[in-house]
Write a protein that binds this ligand. Structure first.
Ligand code: UDP
Length: 463
């Protein structure tokens, strides 16, 4: 009997730590199930990881059946590729990628049966349709955020958007089905805070989310007890269940500082609040100082990730007041980039001051860690509302900002209301683990995806 080639999937994330890391996790799970994977990074992103991070992609290069390839993002070399230029990046990818993708998936030496594309890459759907292969979208944001993006046109038509300058930010938004009772203007994604309904970013998110219905399926990296009935994630938990013998560190853009673990080892149980604002968010020096005072004055221990590019502008860390520097030496630890999942699992950590990026939120939930949310952009505003109001896993301090508020929130989370938050975080973590373990609903969903991909490889192409 002729030997059947393994199913072959091309996976293409947007170039950002949160997107690449979560899709790499899916790639690892699929290759563990015997599926061949070609994982695409843009050249610019790949070079940054290789140049700055200690282990780059080396762990993934050793996974049999998983190959990494790079493609151009179509932007000139000196383009800044900063978050405020997101629409330029997406437009450029939508022009540059289709011909490359088409060439790749029709290569007769290594035929591709399936594309898994990041949720903002509608161009990939056209390629898949043209060559007659299946495509599904991978959504790197939460289901609640995805649904709110999807409803943007309805909110605009109903006159609830745009948000005007003088607006009461606590006004309820009534045109996102299922969220009528608690979604306020301030909880909408950051790109909704514009005066102009024709704003390019607003239209881009609305357009790309609506176009996702043209894909053959949608993977949402979440779990049922958290967000309803559709899903596969949390992928970090799947990896731990299915490939337990390996450590599953994420790739990043900075060198991982492991010395923080030795510091945590010396701290009392659940005494430390972990502070991180992810890989993209920036803050002013004034905001940094507010956090410093809030943390130091709370008298709790803290481990804070201050990336080399966290502070916007040039004045940076050199002007941090001497008194907070001294107080930090006593009970704080500053690192440039940490092994986050390991930190969250450490017994000394008792809370997470988080920006509510979706990967970090899921990692926190899986670790049973209560959160203080200070969202920055995109889906983070709505995630933080859900953490506080719906899931009861912590406190949302968006748009409230002074050192006393930070100090009070840290003490509420770590001391006064500790038991209450720990209990609900524990319950949610247990529900997540149950659904990812063998026989659980998410375990079965992932098996179904693998089966579907393998079936596609048995089907003749271009039909
Ligand atoms: N992360 C990490 N070390 C750090 C800070 C963050 O490994 O010091 C990882 C974190 O575990 C998460 C990712 O970076 O997987 C950040 O993704 P997220 O979606 O939370 O936020 P984004 O960076 O996209 O804003």
């Amino acid at each position: 009997m002729e030997k059947q080639d393994p199913a072959h999937v091309v996976i293409f994330p947007l170039p950002g730590v949160g997107h690449v890391n979560s899709m790499l996790k899916l790639a690892e799970l699929l290759s563990h199930a015997g599926i061949k994977i070609t994982f695409l990074n843009t050249e610019y992103y790949y070079d940054r990881v290789i140049r700055h991070s200690s282990d780059g992609f080396s762990r993934y290069m050793q996974i049999p059946g998983l190959q990494l390839k790079t493609v151009t993002d179509g932007l000139p070399k000196d383009h800044p590729r900063t978050p405020d230029k997101f629409t330029e990046l997406i437009d450029s990818l939508n022009l540059a990628i289709p011909p490359l993708l088409k060439e790749m998936v029709t290569d007769s030496n290594s035929p591709v049966n399936y594309i898994i594309a990041d949720g903002y890459m509608s161009h990939a759907i056209d390629v898949a349709r043209e060559v007659g292969i299946s495509i599904i979208y991978f959504c790197t944001v939460s289901a609640c955020a995805f649904w709110s993006f999807h409803c943007i046109p309805n909110i605009i038509i109903a006159g609830e958007l745009p948000i005007k300058g003088t607006e009461d930010m606590d006004r309820l938004i009534t045109n996102v089905t299922g969220m009528e009772g608690f979604l306020r203007c301030r909880d909408l994604p950051s790109f909704c805070r514009v005066n102009n309904p024709m704003d390019l970013q607003l239209l881009l998110f609305a357009r790309e989310t609506r176009l996702s219905v043209r894909a053959g399926g949608l993977i949402l990296n979440t779990f049922e007890d958290l967000e309803g009935p559709i899903f596969i994630g949390p992928l970090n938990a799947h990896l731990k269940v299915r490939i337990p013998e390996k450590t599953h560190s994420s790739s990043g853009l900075w060198k991982v500082d492991r010395s923080c673990i030795a510091w945590l080892d010396k701290q009392p149980k659940q005494s430390v609040i972990y502070v991180s604002f992810g890989s993209v968010a920036v803050m002013s020096r004034d905001q940094l100082i507010v956090f410093y005072y809030g943390l130091v004055n709370s008298k709790n221990g803290f481990l804070w990730v201050i990336r080399p590019d966290l502070i916007s502008g040039k004045d940076g860390e050199s002007q941090i007041p001497e008194e907070v520097v001294e107080a930090t030496k006593e009970r704080g630890y500053i690192a440039g980039w940490v092994p986050q999942e390991e930190v969250l699992a450490h017994k000394a950590v008792g809370g997470f001051l988080i920006h509510c990026g979706w990967n970090s939120t899921l990692e926190s939930i899986m670790a049973g860690m209560p959160m203080i949310c200070w969202p920055s952009f995109a889906d983070q505003q709505i995630n933080s509302r859900f953490v506080d109001e719906v899931w009861k896993l912590g406190l949302d301090i968006k748009d409230l900002f002074d050192r006393n508020i930070v100090e009070k929130a840290v003490n509420d989370l770590m001391v006064k209301r500790k038991e209450e938050f720990m209990e609900s975080a524990d319950q949610m973590a247990n529900l997540a683990k149950k659904s990812v373990n063998e026989g659980g609903s998410l375990y079965c969903n992932l098996d179904r995806l693998v089966k579907d991909i393998k079936m596609m490889s048995l089907r003749p192409q271009n039909c």
